[in-house]
Design a protein around this ligand. Structure first.
Ligand code: PXL
Length: 278
């Protein structure tokens, strides 16, 4: 059985970061170890959330694992809260990277042209350095723009613009990049990716859903990691992640008692498991 470690915060209520990564990747038949980087009462879209930083625990956790000889088939990072955490996680990559495992970085920090509360443009540049150490990165267009230091263009772009961004992202040092939430046709939204070794581009689209919900980026990335660990290639893993998010959104829209802060990803887990049956 494959083993992943995912490094991100635990927002106790809010259906994002570790509370989605752990159930989703586990449901896909992959052991999921965690490094919680902080404990928050909720994610940061709520008001008055509590926050306990766990940065000081990360190094001792990793040292213990090294002493135990523990290894990982993938290291997957999501929301990281400070420059110090980026440096520690970067060192963790150096210690646990092998020729055979994958580092996947989802540079969670922004959406719709804006940084999330607490993040700065300087942080985005530091996150870009961490992305340089990954095998695969999964930014949205806003995060890609902040990391590359270019203006966010909203919906005003074409395929060549995204292709150029994908190449620049791999120039940070990672082998493969994918940008989520891209659209070249009214009513469709999807992902475009690039492999800098083969110089191939790939893309996948779904119908645009009429509503968006918090936490779907984390759900997408978790399903992509789970699919990669089930030996799907990157394009098919992105497809599984995107189809799973669409299923989660539909399940939430159809629920009169749905929560405002996240999707009913739990109800779509059986569908996700069907998707990875070959
Ligand atoms: O879904 C990304 C995310 C993860 N963790 C925390 C967040 C957010 C987005 O706002 O606030 C704490």
């Amino acid at each position: 059985m494959k083993r992943v470690v995912t490094i991100q915060d635990i927002s106790c209520v809010g259906k994002c970061s570790l509370t989605v990564a752990l159930p989703i990747i586990s449901a896909m038949g992959v052991e999921t170890s965690v490094i919680p980087t902080a404990v928050l009462s909720t994610h940061t879209m709520f008001k008055n959330f509590t926050f306990r930083d766990l940065t000081q625990d990360i190094v001792p956790i990793c040292e213990h694992w090294k002493n135990e000889g523990i290894t990982f088939d993938a290291i997957y990072t999501g929301y990281l809260g400070s420059k110090e955490q980026l440096i520690i996680v970067s060192d963790m990559f150096d210690k646990f990277k092998t020729d055979n495992n994958l580092i996947i970085v989802d540079p969670v920090m922004a959406d719709n042209g804006k940084l999330y509360p607490g993040f700065t443009e300087e942080f985005a540049k530091d996150m870009a350095k961490l992305c340089g150490k990954a095998d695969i990165i999964l930014p949205n267009l806003t995060e890609a723009s902040f990391m590359l230091g270019v203006d966010y263009v909203g919906n005003n772009y074409d395929r060549d613009y995204i292709k150029n961004m994908l190449v620049q992202l791999t120039n940070l040092g990672c082998r493969k990049s994918a940008i989520t939430g891209v659209s070249f046709e009214e009513g469709k939204v999807g992902i475009m990716g690039y492999d800098s070794l083969t110089k191939e581009y790939f893309e996948y689209y779904n119908e645009l859903q009429p509503v968006s919900y918090h936490g779907t980026g984390d759900i997408f990335a978790s399903a992509v990691v789970g699919a990669l660990m089930n030996d799907f290639d990157l394009l098919n893993s992105l497809r599984i992640g995107a189809d799973y998010v669409v299923s989660c959104i539909k399940n939430t829209m159809n629920d009169n008692n749905s929560r405002w802060y996240g999707v009913n990803f739990e109800k779509s887990i059986p569908e996700l498991i069907e998707m990875i049956k070959k």
